[in-house]
Write a protein that binds this ligand. Structure first.
Ligand code: ATP
Ligand code: MG
Length: 653
């Protein structure tokens, strides 16, 4: 590996030397028990990827076996070509046939506090009925079905029923407005929409069916709408087009055999969060996706038959697809779904739910963790949380400060943390500790999952030495990779496979340390170039968040005559602290002391909240536009709260 001294690498400023070995007791019982075992497994997986993934695939049920594990050249590869399977069958039927029918598959809690538990047998029954209901509407294998629902058990049933009959699901996050439905339904040519009357959210109702009604005049491909009754609020039903879920399932047969899907048949289309621009409709196929979501769930969450696994992601995001549903259910554990807002009616709702349902594994996002920190330790501390044995995070780089809080206040210094890096495009987790094997460092996603070959490179694709930041790429194909952008293979090739020929370009900046640990540094699009030094956003933000008065921070670059770029910081304060010019100076000095004068923010704005996507990620591109032009220009359709932009603009004047 040659040492590259060009200025294309990222300067790394984060000094983090805390390290937490896996608790001994955890390691003893884990699937992978030591660093040496992980390394041996990894070694085998990259020396003989086909043997490795083939063995994993053999754990699943196939109607007929594949011919080759891997065929073709990137980006157009096929995994398990010729194999026939059904992912719904693997999530549901298999457990019923193997005597686990009475086990709770889905443990659901509504926002008002109502609880429903569906065993694998219940799920089997409901999925088959609903699959037949879809068929009764003429929906066939290969048709795309849009699902626009709240977090109800029926959402899971709808997704699985599509998989069962080979219909391609496209879940649209229930928090989006009708224009997002129009875009996604039309892009995917959906023939039907599954929705519900309304959903509970923060004590109010989200009018899902009404949003569908508003969208559909603009969606010529949709012929049928299925409406599930959740809250009982009145909705208008359009004759010939709209059908009640409960009516459709009344008269259909109870049995619906699972379609024999080809390994490369599409399973779903899902749009990215839109953090960096207009969302892309990624296509995931069946066999490889099944295999990698199964194995990552098993080894990263170390799933045991009696685990109660709670991934708080909405099913509208890839995390909900791969871990709330497909990964957890293939492993036959109980998966928790919650309908409402995390802090409703009280800030301790999550912690109460963990105690009530004896949740053993909790998987959430840094944005949520930072919000919980801001609310104060007293809320989690009121609860025992002693059922927890493992914590996880996903969605953004986690600031070391937030990681430490998560470990101490939620994990009570007892639970390992898995910081899992991946993307809608990757389908499954790519970088993460295996909790019984890999010592963790706060803020690092640690090592690659078996079978995954990442590297940190320059723009030319040359490896950068350990310790230096650069672009994160994946060198070898992996089973759950997205196969294309729906209807736009050229954009797929251009976005992911053209920057670094032969490799998949993630769009993220990262650094690998001397121990082979990966540290995500933020989006490459967001890199700030100060006097020839290229800085990732993550490290400056983490320095700010480490200050006791700061809850959350976002930094962006804006043009500067002398330095190339100046650093603009947007800061949210902890409860009980007021913005002041003294505090601004204090924070600027703090960053200079923590990282160096180079990273000292040139300007700083205090704000009550930052612009985020609906999936909770900070949208720095909007802040960059504000800092540069004083206005917002780009795509804002996936923004969480439009009033944030108005407030930021006011503060700017
Ligand atoms: P778009 O591609 O439309 O801009 P998006 O990238 O936010 O949207 P997702 O696929 O939901 O959409 O998010 C993947 C991104 O989230 C990754 O590229 C990375 O930037 C970030 N991410 C996810 N998990 C982690 C993690 N554990 N550490 C650091 N970053 C993470
Ligand atoms: Mg992305």
């Amino acid at each position: 590996m040659s040492i590259d001294t060009s200025d294309e690498s990222l300067d790394s400023t984060l000094r983090e030397d805390r390290i937490f070995p896996p608790p001994e007791e955890f390691s003893r019982a884990a699937y992978v028990k030591s660093l040496a075992e992980y390394e041996a497994l990894y070694q085998r997986s990259v020396e003989d990827p086909e043997g490795f993934w083939g063995d994993v695939a053999a754990d699943l049920h196939w109607f007929s076996r594949w011919n080759n594990v891997l065929e073709g050249e990137v980006p157009w590869v096929k995994w398990f070509a010729g194999g026939k399977l059904n992912l719904c069958y693997n999530c549901v039927d298999r457990h019923v046939h193997e005597g686990r029918g009475d086990k709770v598959a889905i443990l659901w809690e509504g926002e008002p506090g109502d609880v429903r538990k569906l065993t694998f047998s219940d799920l089997h029954l409901e999925v088959q009925r609903f699959a037949n209901a879809l068929k009764s509407l003429g929906i066939r294998k290969g048709d795309c079905v849009a699902i626009y629902m709240g977090m109800t058990p029926e959402l899971a049933v709808a997704v699985l029923a599509c998989a069962r009959i080979g219909a391609v699901h496209s879940v649209i996050f229930g928090g989006f407005a009708s224009n997002a439905i129009v875009d996604r339904v039309n892009d995917a040519h959906a023939v039907a929409v599954i929705t519900q009357d309304t959903a509970w959210r923060r004590g109010g109702e989200v009018k899902l069916k009404a949003a569908v009604d508003e969208a559909l005049p603009h969606c010529p491909t949709v012929r049928n709408v299925v409406v599930c009754r959740r809250t009982g609020s009145p909705v208008t039903m359009q004759g010939g087009r709209d059908h009640w879920w409960h009516d459709l399932v009344k008269d259909v047969p109870a049995q619906c055999p699972a379609e024999h899907q080809d390994s490369e048949d599409p399973l779903y289309i899902l749009y990215t969060s839109g953090t960096t621009g207009k969302p892309k409709g990624l296509v995931h196929t069946t066999g490889g996706y099944a295999v990698q979501t199964y194995l990552t769930s098993k080894l990263i969450f170390d799933l045991r038959p009696d685990d109660v696994f709670w991934c708080t992601a909405d099913i509208g995001w890839v995390t909900g697809h791969s871990y709330v549903l497909y990964g957890a259910l293939q492993n036959g554990v109980t998966t928790v779904m919650y309908e409402g807002a995390p802090t409703y009616p009280q800030p301790d709702r999550f912690w109460k739910m963990i105690d009530d349902h004896k949740v053993t594994i909790f998987y959430t996002a840094p944005t949520a963790i930072r919000a919980f920190m801001k609310q104060g330790d007293e809320h989690p501390m009121r609860h025992k949380l002693d059922s927890l044995r493992l914590l996880g995070t996903v969605g953004e780089p986690i600031n070391p400060e937030a990681w430490m809080w998560y470990r101490k206040v939620i994990g009570r210094d007892r639970c390992p943390i898995v910081d899992t890096w991946w993307q809608t495009e990757t389908g499954a987790i790519m970088l993460s500790p295996l909790p019984g094997a890999i010592p963790t460092k706060p803020g690092s996603a640690t090592r690659p999952f078996p079978g995954i070959v990442p590297e940190v490179v320059t723009k030319e694709g040359k490896p950068v030495p350990a310790g230096q930041g650069g672009l994160l790429v994946i060198r070898k194909p992996w089973p759950s990779m997205a196969r294309t952008i729906f209807n736009d293979p050229e954009r797929y090739v251009k976005t992911y496979w053209s920057d670094i020929p032969g490799s998949y370009f993630t769009g993220d900046g990262a650094r690998m340390d001397a121990d082979g640990y990966y540290w995500l540094m933020g989006r490459v699009d967001d890199v700030i170039n100060v006097s020839g030094h290229r800085l990732g956003t993550m490290e400056i933000e983490s320095a700010l968040v480490a200050h006791p008065k700061v809850a959350e921070a976002a930094v962006v670059g804006r043009p500067h005559d002398l330095k190339g770029q100046a650093i603009s910081a947007f800061v949210t304060l902890e409860e009980g602290h007021e913005p002041s010019s003294e505090l601004k100076e204090e924070l600027r000095a703090w960053v200079a002391k923590e990282i160096g004068a180079l990273a000292r923010p040139d300007d700083m704005r205090f704000t009550d909240s930052l612009p985020k996507t609906r999936s909770g990620k900070i949208m720095r591109r909007l802040l960059r536009e504000l800092a540069t032009h004083g206005e917002f220009k780009g795509d804002t359709t996936t923004l969480e709260d439009f009033t944030v932009l108005a407030k930021l603009r006011e503060q700017d004047e």
